[in-house]
Design a protein around this ligand. Sequence first.
Ligand SMILES: Cc1cc2nc3c(=O)[nH]c(=O)nc-3n(C[C@H](O)[C@H](O)[C@H](O)COP(=O)(O)O)c2cc1C
Length: 155
Amino acid sequence: MHIGIIIYSLGGNTISVAVQLEERLSTAGHDVTLKRIETVGPASLGTEDAPLKSKPALDAYDALIFACPVRGGVPAPPMMRYLEQLSSLEGKEVALLVTGFFPVADWGRNQTLAQLKEICESKGAHVRGAESVGWFSLNRGQQISSAIASLSELF
Ligand SMILES: Cc1cc2nc3c(=O)[nH]c(=O)nc-3n(C[C@H](O)[C@H](O)[C@H](O)COP(=O)(O)O)c2cc1C
């Protein structure tokens, strides 16, 4: 399966998980491409509302994994703007990954996943699954391993 991992990551947490996921899926025999969403200007919190510099095209992929950090209980603005501008996700199999700071998933990560699921489904995608990682947690490594295992088993 040709899988596109479409990611927004400012500080590097989300991409560090996504790269491990890419490796796992590749090892399982999938053709995996990781593409970053970027905003115009220097990468910083202050430019998250800037126009998108890179808007990865999705036609080539059978399946997609959208990955981003939580921002105040919602998806990071560049990911939301990217998803909003897509004309359709009809026929795409989708999985979701988010990272947040807080150890408790209810402090933003679950809400963020629900919002991402809603927008993907509103564009016609079939969302197969979703995982999150809380960065400020003693069992972060375990959460990362578990998220990667669960997401890779979806495809
Ligand atoms: C403005 C702002 C708001 C945030 N809001 C939340 C939040 O609601 N819940 C949470 O768990 N983490 C929150 N975080 C933490 C980030 O989501 C977390 O550090 C994430 O792993 C960063 O990902 P990145 O390094 O890929 O950019 C927030 C961070 C910032 C800067």
